[in-house]
Design a protein around this ligand. Structure first.
Ligand code: PNS
Length: 157
């Protein structure tokens, strides 16, 4: 089976990477879909988010990283995925994911598997990582090295 792990990945965090790695154990092939949430404004442009996600997943043999526009269910159809895998850190995350999972199932019948975020990454989000880094804080533990370097280039000196 093929699964899609979708997200904005602005930028990819260790929490995202943990979900991708776990999905790669569960499914024959995993396609990480770097998408757009029309309600969000981004620090990194789509090609940069894709490049950073691809670098972080380069050691995972059955994982491919692709960008997508439009509906997630259409992307799933394009890549032949039967499942979407998402992570949830909190009850609020779960509630948001539940709504999208039900809608995506109603649209095309694609299933969503929601994995509980590992406790180690339960406090990590792209939003907090961006905010802390741009204000000069240390996010070394929360992002892969390539992302850390790119955030350093953006941080005020
Ligand atoms: O990491 P994010 O920002 O929560 O990722 C959200 C993303 C890109 C996966 C989500 O916004 C999405 O699926 N966008 C595609 C548009 C779509 O299919 N919308 C309907 C979802 S039910």
């Amino acid at each position: 089976m093929i699964a899609v792990v979708p997200g904005s990945f602005d930028p990819l965090t260790m929490g995202h990477l943990d979900i991708i790695r776990r999905a790669a154990v569960m499914y024959e092939r995993v396609v990480v879909g770097v998408g757009q949430n029309s309600t969000k404004s981004y620090l990194f442009a789509p090609p940069e988010r894709l490049e950073l996600a691809a670098a972080a997943c380069s050691d995972l043999e059955n994982v491919e990283v692709r960008g997508f526009e439009g509906l997630l269910v259409d992307f799933c159809r394009t890549v032949g995925a039967q499942a979407i895998v998402k992570g949830a850190r909190t009850g609020t995350d779960f509630d948001n994911e539940l709504l999208m999972a039900r809608m995506n199932w109603a649209l095309t019948g694609v299933e969503t598997v929601i994995l509980p975020a590992a406790a180690a990454w339960g406090h990590v989000s792209s939003t907090l990582v961006r905010q802390i880094s741009l204000l000069g804080g240390d996010v070394t533990d929360y992002v892969p090295p390539q992302v850390w370097h790119r955030l350093q280039e953006r941080a005020p000196r």
